[in-house]
Design a protein. Structure first.
Lengths: 121, 334
């Protein structure tokens, strides 16, 4: 195998590795040391259903796909309330889950928006 | 050239199709529900409705026997009172207009500031509020127990004649759930009767969903999103902000979006009853309200012509289904 051929193969391997890494990242499944990001959507009146299982230290990236502003707040398992300010249409905001437990995600503006999330350790 | 023409034609067809589909989506957003919702813990029954209606119109629910629920939520005023300042609130620093109780079966947050989360919870508030009916539930239960005519009504509603706070609240809530707007000309138009509303009102509907962006908050068949917004009125009342952590700036001066169905002819409108004609209301939204950190992000200034304002008002008037055919009941004798 010529050196040029080897370089070509190494380059190909690098591209494949990079693509696999990007793919895993997009799916929220990267290596143990990398933060896990779960994508979520917010409509005018609800959080869209999610299929992932969140764990402590994961990050939620929530996109406001509605045409109105929201003001999301999260009630922690111990009752602590964390406000995430205001989310304008099209904006994506993040929140990192501090620990396992049951959380409630709500909107100050639209009380009808309410989702419960169980986080595993 | 032929290919280009075909592509343009296809685009035009798709565009028209999308426009029609969009129009249908808008109309379908306003379809009336088929049934009145009720919690499993307090299902709708005829007997409970009868009891609730009797209680609703009975002034003996107030301490001085001078005010019933219907005094301020009157069938003659679309179940409100037509007053800028409600009876008994004259001395309050920040009085709020009496909201209608029509279509309240669908509400998830009641009162202007949302401090009650169910009709059952809300029902006892006016009875026990000092500047309203100024009574307490313990004494009310005793008083109703002494009115013999109530015993068969409670028995029919609950299986026995026991009177307690929970049963009073459940009956009042049940009756209020039955107060649903009549079918209006707008509803007939939504169902496909193209002649049900004028072309002016149809233009108003387009403005409502388009340029004026009213539908950002006045959504659904009830024309409310049951949510809370500061619309920039010159009022010191903090509204929902009184009960929400102060750092939640967006809730300062925020009040619940009221329904636009069955609006009284001359108002008053807004939570503080500060406007008495719809043109003034529309102009307020055109101006965008007072700029402050809590101002709703949906408050975006725009400008309408005189004709467009008239179209918008013509549309709002199509939401009026007329007064409900509810006659005051014969009150039980002592």
């Amino acid at each position: 195998m010529s050196s040029e051929h080897k370089r070509w193969l190494m380059g190909l391997a690098l591209i494949i590795t990079t693509l696999l890494s990007m793919s895993a990242s997009a799916a929220g499944q990267v290596s143990d040391s990398a933060p896990v990001v779960h994508n979520m959507s917010l409509t005018h009146h609800d959080f869209e259903d999610w299929s992932f299982t969140p764990s402590a230290n994961d990050t939620l990236a929530i996109t406001n796909k509605s045409d109105v502003a929201h003001s999301i707040y999260i009630t922690y398992p111990d009752g602590t309330v964390v406000n995430l300010d205001v989310q304008l249409p099209g904006e994506t905001f993040t929140w990192t889950i501090p620990e396992a437990g049951d959380y409630v995600l709500q909107c100050w503006i639209h009380p009808v928006i309410r989702s419960e999330m169980t986080v595993s350790p | 050239m032929k290919i280009r023409s075909l592509v343009m034609l296809a685009c035009t067809v798709l565009s028209v199709h999308a426009s029609l589909a969009d129009d249908k989506i808008k109309r379908s957003d306003y379809h009336r529900p088929e049934a009145i919702p009720a919690p499993a813990s307090n299902p709708l029954t005829t007997e409970k409705t009868t009891l609730g209606k009797t209680l609703f119109f009975d002034a003996r629910l107030s301490r001085d026997k001078g005010m019933s629920c219907a005094t301020c939520h009157s069938p003659d005023h679309r179940w409100s009172d037509g007053r800028v300042v409600p009876l008994g609130s004259e001395e309050l620093e920040q009085p709020r207009r009496t909201p209608t109780v029509m279509n309240s079966a669908w509400l998830t947050a009641l009162m202007w500031d949302g401090r009650a989360n169910s009709l059952e919870a809300q029902a006892v508030l006016p009875i026990t509020t000092p500047h309203e009916m100024n009574y307490n539930m313990k004494q009310l239960v005793e008083r109703l127990g002494e009115i013999k005519g109530y015993q068969p009504l409670f028995e029919a509603a609950y299986g026995d004649a026991e009177i307690n706070t929970q049963r009073i609240a459940m009956a009042l809530a049940t009756f209020q759930r039955t107060l649903v707007s009549n079918i209006s000309s707008f509803d007939r138009w939504v169902e496909g009767d193209e002649q049900a509303i004028s072309t002016s009102a149809q233009r108003g509907f387009e403005l409502f969903n388009g340029k004026a962006q009213c539908a950002a908050c006045h959504k659904s068949w009830r024309f409310t999103d049951d949510s809370f917004h500061d619309i920039g009125l010159d009022s010191p009342d903090l509204g929902r902000g009184k009960a929400i952590p102060v750092e939640v700036t967006i809730m300062q001066h925020a009040f619940k979006t009221p329904t636009l169905r069955d609006l009284p002819e001359n108002g008053p409108y807004m939570h503080d009853g500060s406007m008495t004609d719809l043109e003034a209301v529309i102009k307020h939204y055109e101006d965008g309200g007072i700029e402050r950190p809590s101002l709703s992000k949906e408050m975006k200034p725009f400008e309408l012509t005189e004709q467009q304002r008239a179209d918008l008002i013509a549309f709002l008037k199509t939401l009026d289904g007329g007064p409900l055919a509810v006659e005051p009941p014969a009150l039980p004798k002592e």
